[in-house]
Structures are given as structure tokens and as C-alpha cells.
Design a protein around this ligand. Structure first.
Ligand SMILES: Nc1ncnc2c1ncn2[C@@H]1O[C@H](COP(=O)(O)OP(=O)(O)OP(=O)(O)O)[C@@H](O)[C@H]1O
Ligand SMILES: [Mg+2]
Length: 338
């Protein structure tokens, strides 16, 4: 019974086919984990775990949770399945990865609920007070109503951002198809944000290299990406002493690069790796007050991934922040010569 190796290689879990004690086939990930020479070797040399070996010897379908397969202490879920009289399929499922994904899911639900609950509590409090007719003063009532509207808007923004994020995720494997001029979109985004920039006394300059070919992209998503990055630079990177934001679009061989740079307070290194997590804010109170939900960079990261690009956030506390996004040019645009 021969399962072609190419089929096994398509799976992300380590897979082995054993005939008696002999390993007949192992996919790439299994070889990475257990050693490149395990094919044709004795299973007892590749997997030294007694409980797993016992399971394989029994030649019945079975599953077990163990630790210490391969060189790491990672926890595995091992599934043993007979294929025919002779051969058994052994599948190793990485429980550490499953745990991490599960943790992320639980954290996400907790964070989202918390973010929605905070404005909701305010809305309910004010609405109840108004309903009881306890506030006689007209001005006061108007103030309460205004807060209710602001907090509802905030909730709506969070819900819309979350929906946007899941839309982007659901299109993860759908290649974008539109022709997009990154430089033009960057200039447009700066125009759209002129009012915000003015309010924060921020000077935004755009520098676009000429003759950059269009990229193949999703226009709305790229607009959203640029808008998020420039808005961040204006919101968090502009203060009295340093109010310059620079947006640059240039070509680097087979990629187009967007750089958004500010000279603000910067971000401490311990926060950098977490900035693209959903709802992560360096100073939650401060960014909330500026209207931020902490979803912007999570959205940016997903958009960059869908476009097979890269995202780099570099920052020096006290000196400023530089965000770089590289997006690939279509192959026909990178060919040299006519
Ligand atoms: N240019 C910057 N300078 C300093 N801090 C920044 C900069 N850009 C982002 N940050 C920090 O990173 C955090 C996360 O940014 P992100 O864009 O994900 O969320 P947000 O701006 O708070 O909310 P949203 O973008 O959803 O409105 C911000 O809250 C801010 O603390
Ligand atoms: Mg933002």
C-alpha cells in the first residue's frame, strides 16, 4: 500500500506510514521533527516514546496525548490508524499550536467583550438617568445625550472594524486583482486626513518616486492600510516639539515600499512585537481618548499578509517611529527591458 509522499507532504502535521516496525514513508514535517533518515529505519529509533510504541504494536486505531517526541518537550496528540493488514498511519498533532490558537481565541472574545462593554455601561448609565427624568437641566440632558451618541458611535466603530477584520481574514487565500497606484493612494490619504493633521498641528509631507508600476491589490484594503498608518503617525507621533510626518513611496527592485515616519515619542521596544495584536494599545486610556480601538495595526497586518507583503515597525523612544510596508510588484512589471 503506497501513499505517494507528495500527498503526505501536503499535510501540515507530521505523518508516518509504518509497516510492522519499519517506517515506509514520512512527510517533510515528520522528517524535520524526527530526523532526515527515518525512512526505512525502525520506528523504535525514530519515536522513543514507550506508550506510543505500545500503541503502534497493538495495531488498532487509538489516540494518546504525550510529550517528548523528537528533540523538544512539545506536547503531542498522537493518532494511530491501521490502513490495511500491514500498514499503519501515524499522525502527530502539535498540541502546543492548538493551545496557542485556543488561547488567542479565548483572549480575543474576552477583549472584544470588554471593549464593547465599557461604552455600553456608560450608555446604560446615562440612558437610565435620563429615563428617570432626574435631570431637569436642559443643558445637562443634552450633554448626557451627546455622550450616549459618542459612546454608541464608538461601539459601532469597534463592530465595523471587527467585521472588516473577519472579511479580510475570510479573503486570505483569494488573490487580489485590481491595479493599484500606491503613490496616488498615499497622496489621497494625506488629503483625506488633512483636517485631523491640522487639528493636531501636524505637517504631513508626501514623496512619491515617479514611474512606479501599479501593484495588483485590493484598492479598498490598501486605502485602509495607508489611512491607518498615517492616522497613527498623526495621532501618536505628533507633539509640540516634533510635528513632522513623512510619507514616502518608492520602488525597491521587485517591490513597492511605503514608509510612514514620524518624530514623536516613539514606542518602547517591549511593546513592538505586540502592536499587531487585536485591541493592543501601548497606553489604552490615552489611545481610547483619541478614538482608537487598537484594531488598526491588526487590520494592517492582515491586509499585508493577504497581499504577500511585509510589515516592519521600527521605533526609538524619544526619536520617533517608522513603519515600512513592502508589497510585491506583479511579475510582468519586474521584467527588465522591452
Ligand atoms: N506612530 C506611532 N507612534 C507611537 N505609538 C504608536 C504609533 N502607531 C501606533 N502606536 C501605538 O500602537 C497602538 C496600536 O495602534 P493601532 O493602530 O493598532 O490601534 P489604535 O490606533 O489605538 O486604534 P485604531 O487604529 O483601531 O483606531 C496605539 O494605541 C498606540 O499606542
Ligand atoms: Mg490606529
Amino acid at each position: 500500500m503506497g501513499i505517494p509522499e507528495s500527498i503526505l507532504d501536503a499535510f501540515e502535521d507530521p505523518l508516518l506510514v509504518v509497516n510492522g516496525q519499519r517506517i515506509k514513508t514520512a512527510n517533510v514535517v515528520a522528517r524535520d521533527l524526527l530526523g532526515q533518515r527515518i525512512v526505512d529505519a525502525d520506528i523504535r529509533l525514530a519515536i522513543r516514546h514507550p506508550e506510543v510504541l505500545e500503541l503502534i504494536e497493538q495495531r488498532d486505531a487509538a489516540e494518546i496525548d504525550v510529550e517528548g517526541i523528537g528533540r523538544t518537550e512539545r506536547p503531542w496528540h498522537v493518532i494511530v490508524q491501521p490502513i490495511d493488514d500491514q500498514n499503519m498511519l501515524i499522525r502527530l498533532v502539535d498540541r502546543a499550536a492548538a493551545h496557542a490558537a485556543e488561547r488567542m481565541r479565548v483572549d480575543f472574545v474576552a477583549n472584544a467583550s470588554h471593549e464593547l462593554r465599557t461604552p455600553l455601561a456608560t450608555i446604560m448609565g446615562y440612558a437610565e438617568t435620563l429615563a428617570e427624568d432626574a435631570v431637569r437641566d436642559k443643558k445637562m440632558r443634552r450633554k448626557f445625550a451627546k455622550t450616549i451618541r459618542q459612546e454608541s458611535q464608538r461601539m459601532l466603530q469597534i463592530v465595523e472594524d471587527l467585521m472588516g477584520l473577519s472579511r479580510i481574514e475570510s479573503h486570505r487565500f483569494v488573490a487580489p486583482r485590481e491595479k493599484v497606484d500606491l503613490g496616488a493612494l498615499a497622496a489621497e490619504a494625506v488629503d483625506n486626513l488633512a483636517e485631523l493633521a491640522q487639528r493636531r498641528a501636524c505637517t504631513v509631507t508626501v514623496d512619491v518616486e515617479s514611474d512606479i508600476p501599479p501593484i495588483t491589490a485590493d484598492t479598498a484594503q490598501i486605502e485602509q492600510l495607508i489611512d491607518n498608518l498615517i492616522a497613527n503617525a498623526i495621532r501618536y507621533g505628533c507633539n509640540e516639539s516634533s510635528n513632522a510626518v513623512e510619507v514616502t513611496v518608492l520602488r525597491i527592485r521587485d517591490r513597492v515600499r511605503l514608509v510612514v515616519r514620524d518624530e514623536g515619542d516613539g514606542i518602547a521596544p517591549e511593546h513592538l512585537p505586540r502592536l499587531t495584536e487585536r485591541f493592543y494599545r501601548v497606553d489604552a486610556a490615552r489611545s481610547r481618548e483619541k478614538g482608537g480601538t487598537g484594531l488598526g495595526l491588526a487590520i494592517v497586518k492582515h491586509i499585508v499578509e493577504r497581499h504577500r507583503g511585509t510589515l516592519d515597525i521600527a521605533s526609538t523612544p524619544g526619536a520617533g517611529t517608522r513603519v515600512t510596508v513592502d508589497l510585491p510588484l506583479p511579475r510582468d512589471a519586474t521584467r527588465i527591458g522591452p
